[in-house]
Ligand binder design. Structure first.
Ligand SMILES: Cc1cc2nc3c(=O)[nH]c(=O)nc-3n(C[C@H](O)[C@H](O)[C@H](O)COP(=O)(O)O)c2cc1C
Length: 614
């Protein structure tokens, strides 16, 4: 980590904050705001404190490591597209013709020797200082409390190293870890993840599971932890592949888990398969709090570290955040791997304001009728891609997948009733929209066909609102988007006192003026802010219940409750503490105006009907 910080400093991309700041909210709020800026920087908090506990930490905190595209490229050592090309070449080896090609093929394969982790018997740099048994005290680490309603302090960039019960498989996963006491954590490995799969093996055998959590070191370790590699493939192989250098591992002091020798801090311990605790709530990367749920407990047996370690952390919440850049690299690097199951996939894109698994746009080469739908089913069955809720397919003539304006027009000009496929599948454990946990609706949209005729007459927003209000006075505002296409989108803000389907049914009377209607609540929804609307809408929809393809097409993206037949607890949005933000602005630590705070819905503001902000 030290070397990374030195390099980043040379590029002028490091911001050092000397001011003592609180690990409770202050430090994470600064990072949350920084990463939303155009040219955000890596942050080094030199003097973390805990005001409540009256504690000073002597370990600095580094945040916003994947601060922008440039730094992400720097960490990877090259553009992710180049890494994807190397993977593609490996997957499709060509028969070498010339001597030069033969030598190149040999070189490629000889470089593969570098991907395998190697073990050293020497002490790791991460073991220069060792605390064991009674010396273990997690209070000495500057662990952050990110959000006002978080259950406590969480490690957010912990590289969790585990191995299968038979010792044949190794795993590195990035999971948040909630501090429970001076020597206990709760492990939030979700049910679909490899850490959880290993845990279930130990639980069945009623054996304690060794776990080591590494913090810091080469930031690429951290990125590899979130890479969605299939079960059984150790993420450090990807590290070796990208770095062209064998990762060097050292045995933990008190268990037999191997960790990279050069990380900053290691927390070692055991998970007792019979010890569980309630984890959360935690403000998550969906921008909502995930509700409390039971997860296994880790008892810490040792903490080891470098002499001068850095503690690293990230903030997850409403987009854009650090995972925008991490996710971009993952998206590019995994394209050739995804193509192995869907060869006619040309490209795909998962915008960060669709929280990755909530929205995917794919460009394909359609060869026959139903081809898009075939690929939809394939994606919904591939590893973590199966969490995907909404997938839109276009053909090879469509604009670039990041040219959102023209791409949306292209899509809207090709939709008919037959374009939609609604089915059921697994959803991310964090998904709150599904009417039951873990399974929910999937919406696939096939926009690969030819253009269609416009059948509706476009009114002004004002005229349309007047007509709509006459049908239902719960309709408060509306805004039309893409009125120059065959299927304009009308976003309607409603005061929700009954199921939205009732309002939708009344609106069918306006079918000559409406095609796609999307309903949102009158809370923190600015109809002029499509970036955050996409975030909200894709989060809040379970296509099985909330998408209606009838005379007009409706989407209910409001929050749900028992009036909708939704019997889970609808989670709250993540918001920064207003007083902390105001104080940080006063101190000159952050420098943003109201417009910026509103653009990304950073603090909660009540909507005022007479003068709506949202
Ligand atoms: C910042 C960040 C935090 C994450 N937190 C969690 C988490 O708490 N639990 C979880 O299961 N996955 C979490 N993930 C996603 C996993 O890291 C990701 O799905 C990874 O591929 C899991 O690896 P595995 O399948 O080897 O377990 C997080 C990802 C990021 C980028």
């Amino acid at each position: 980590m030290e070397r990374f910080l030195e390099d980043i400093k040379k590029f002028g991309k490091l911001r050092v904050i000397e001011e003592p700041l609180d690990v409770n909210l202050e430090i994470p709020h600064v990072a949350y705001i920084e990463v939303k800026k155009e040219d955000s920087k890596v942050l080094l908090f030199k003097n973390p404190i805990d005001k409540k506990e009256n504690r000073k930490f002597n370990i600095p905190v580094v945040m916003n490591i994947f601060a922008n595209f440039e730094i992400t490229n720097f960490i990877l050592g090259k553009h992710p597209q180049k890494i994807a090309k190397e993977i593609q070449e490996l997957l499709e080896p060509k028969t070498p013709n010339s001597l030069k090609e033969k030598i190149n093929t040999l070189l490629t394969f000889s470089k593969l020797r570098k991907i395998f982790p190697k073990r050293t018997k020497k002490r790791g740099i991460c073991q220069q200082v060792i605390y064991q048994g009674k010396q273990v005290n997690l209070d000495n680490l500057p662990i952050l409390k990110t959000w006002p309603k978080d259950a406590g302090k969480f490690i957010t960039t912990g590289q969790v190293y585990t191995k299968s019960l038979d010792g044949k498989k190794y795993n590195l996963g990035l999971y948040r870890i909630q501090k429970l006491s001076k020597n206990k954590f709760i492990m939030h490995w979700q049910i679909h993840k490899d850490g959880a799969h290993f845990f279930h093996e130990y639980k069945k055998a009623n054996k304690k599971m060794p776990v080591s959590i590494a913090i810091g070191g080469d930031p690429l370790y951290y990125w590899c932890g979130q890479a969605p590699l299939p079960n059984g493939i150790f993420e450090l192989l990807l590290y070796g592949f990208i770095r062209k250098q064998n990762p060097t591992l050292v045995k933990s002091i008190t268990n037999d888990i191997y960790i990279p020798y050069d990380v900053d801090i290691v927390i070692e311990g055991y998970v007792d398969p019979n010890e569980f605790a309630i984890e959360g709530p935690f403000g998550d990367h969906t921008g909502y709090y995930t509700p409390p749920e039971e997860f296994p407990v880790l008892t810490v047996s040792a903490i080891t570290m470098k002499k001068n370690p850095y503690f690293t952390a990230t903030v997850v919440g409403k987009p854009p955040l650090e995972d925008k850049y991490m996710g971009w690299a993952t998206e590019r690097i995994f394209l050739p791997l995804l193509k192995t199951t869907t060869p006619d996939l040309i490209d795909y894109h998962m915008p960060e304001n669709g929280c990755f698994h909530n929205l995917l746009i794919a460009k394909i080469l359609p060869r026959y009728k139903g081809h898009s739908k075939q690929i939809m089913h394939a994606l919904w069955g591939v590893g973590q891609m199966s969490f995907l809720k909404h997938a839109i397919f276009v053909d090879e003539n469509a604009p670039d997948l990041t040219d959102y304006e023209n791409l949306t027009k292209y899509i809207l000009n090709r939709l008919t009733e037959k374009s939609f496929l609604i089915t059921e599948g697994i959803v991310d454990q964090l998904d709150h929209a599904s009417y039951e946990p873990l399974v929910g609706g999937k919406l696939g949209i096939d926009a690969t066909g030819s253009t269609v005729e416009k059948t509706i007459k476009v009114l002004s927003d004002k005229q349309l609102l007047e007509k709509a209000k006459k049908l239902d006075n719960n309709i408060l505002q509306l805004k039309q988007y893409f009125t120059d296409t065959a299927n304009p989108i009308t976003i309607i803000k409603v005061r929700k006192t009954k199921p939205v389907k009732q309002i939708f049914n009344k609106l069918k009377q306006l079918k000559q003026f409406l095609k796609i209607v999307i309903f949102v609540d009158d809370y923190m929804n600015d109809l002029n802010n499509p970036y955050m609307l996409i975030w909200r809408i894709t989060n809040n929809v379970d296509a099985l219940y909330d998408v209606w393809i009838e005379e007009i097409w409706g989407v209910d993206a409001t929050s749900k409750s028992n009036i909708d037949g939704y019997n889970r607890e609808w989670p709250e949005d993540t918001h920064c503490d207003k007083n902390v933000i105001e104080d940080l602005i006063k101190k000159g630590i952050i420098n943003v105006d109201k417009k910026f705070l509103r653009k990304y819905q950073i603090i909660e503001e009540e909507d005022d009907e007479a003068n709506p902000k949202y």
